[in-house]
Ligand binder design. Structure first.
Ligand SMILES: *Cc1c(COP(=O)(O)O)cnc(C)c1O
Length: 388
């Protein structure tokens, strides 16, 4: 430090650039290994369902502690194929949270079923089991749709309250599909994401906790028959090498090249997860009492796909941070029942007050395995200045 920067002089703010995500730093760590693995695929030439896909599937299943993992083309396709495997279609009601990415409800509409919106909890931002019970009761009374599936979302990486949701689902004879697109690596009790529902769908979109270099996803299942159904559906409804379409399917496979990328990233995943959790606890320590922070229920742990706070004047705070070189995320500005694409499934005057409030004030701060402590301190300092 120079003399001029002594105790009396106000230290000048050094502007830094801190991105919400930083895949280039991850590439600096893992890039050489990834390139070597891709090269091997180019050499053996089995681009569809090559050996890397089944090897990855075994590792994904072992990490999650569930019998089957099936590599698929994207998170949204994973949801669609999970619904197809459970024979969900026209006349069926699928219950989804009103505060999530649009693909959750979009997948339901894609199979011809009806998305029914359920509000989320103020503390966890995840599906409210009490509101789910109310929605089930309403659909049953109306008598037009068959309650078929509930699709909780593990928002920002935190597993939903599956215990409470399962109780409601069982009472109404409805099955559960977890939209775990953001939460691979999350846990509750001794159970990891992938093992919390009969079918769980995750995404390997590049900026998800475990991401590939393109589109990809996986479905997790404990049940052999459900897993076999998904394997057939992702491969034109065919079984193994058979040429007979046994059921309706799609082109839903994970590419071998993406599986090769994911093998390297999965080997580093536990360490990255630990790094994100450590950064999250630093944020929590520095920001407690200053703003509304992520709530993690006892026995739960988030994969911290995002670290999301609630702030007044969110858009103003976001613009100030942008000026300071800090990239933030806005997930989600619009609750599902306000998207034009879903208007036909929204009742007159239908409201989901918690989802609507969250859409006004959530803001995600930078969190990724290569974020340094210095950078986090800079984000905290500028964030506190911005909300002052
Ligand atoms: C990302 C995401 C999806 C879709 O995943 P893609 O791989 O982009 O198709 C679905 N649901 C949620 C909650 C997501 O965050």
């Amino acid at each position: 430090m120079s003399q001029a920067n002594s105790a009396h002089a106000k230290p000048e703010l050094v502007r830094r650039q801190v991105n919400l995500f930083d895949l280039q730093r991850q590439k600096a760590r893992l890039g050489a290994e990834i390139e070597a693995r891709i090269d091997r695929v180019l050499d053996h030439g089995q681009f569809i369902l090559g050996p890397e896909v089944s090897a990855l599937e075994e590792d994904l299943a072992a990490f999650a502690g569930v019998k089957h993992a099936i590599g698929v083309s994207s998170g949204r396709d994973a949801l669609i194929m999970a619904l197809m495997a459970m024979d969900v279609g026209a006349g069926d009601a699928v219950f989804v949270p009103a505060f999530t990415f649009s693909a959750t409800a979009g997948s339901v509409a894609s199979v011809g079923a009806t998305p029914v919106f359920v509000d989320v909890r103020e503390d966890t931002f995840n599906m409210d089991a009490d509101d789910l019970a109310r929605a089930m009761e309403r659909i049953k009374k109306e008598g037009k749709l068959t309650p078929k599936v509930v699709m909780p979302v593990d928002l920002y990486g935190l597993p939903a309250d599956y215990q409470a949701i399962n109780r409601v689902a069982e009472a109404y004879g409805v099955r559960v599909i977890a939209d775990a697109a953001q939460s691979y690596g999350g846990e509750a009790g001794n159970t990891r994401v992938g093992a919390m529902a009969p079918l769980s769908a995750t995404s390997f979109y590049p900026t998800k906790p475990l991401g590939c270099y393109g589109d990809g996803g996986a479905i997790f299942a404990a049940d052999d028959d459900l897993a076999e159904a998904v394997r057939q559906i992702r491969h034109h409804g065919r079984a193994g090498d058979g040429d007979e379409a046994l059921r309706l399917g799609m082109t839903g496979r994970l590419d071998t090249i993406q599986a090769a990328v994911l093998q390297v990233k999965l080997a580093a995943f536990e360490q990255e997860l630990g790094a994100r959790r450590r950064l999250a606890s630093m944020y929590t320590e520095r920001l407690t009492g200053k703003t509304s922070l992520p709530f993690i229920p006892q026995d739960h742990d988030s994969a911290y796909a995002l670290y999301t706070v609630r702030v007044k004047n969110r858009d103003g705070v976001r613009a100030k941070l942008q000026e300071d070189g800090i990239g933030t995320g806005l997930f989600y500005r619009i609750p599902l029942h306000r998207h034009p694409a879903f208007a036909q499934w929204v009742g007159e005057g239908e409201r989901h007050p918690v989802s609507e409030a969250l859409a006004e004030d959530v803001l995600s701060l930078p969190i990724h395995a290569d974020l340094t402590d210095d950078e986090l301190e800079y984000v905290v300092e500028r964030f506190l200045a911005a909300i002052a």
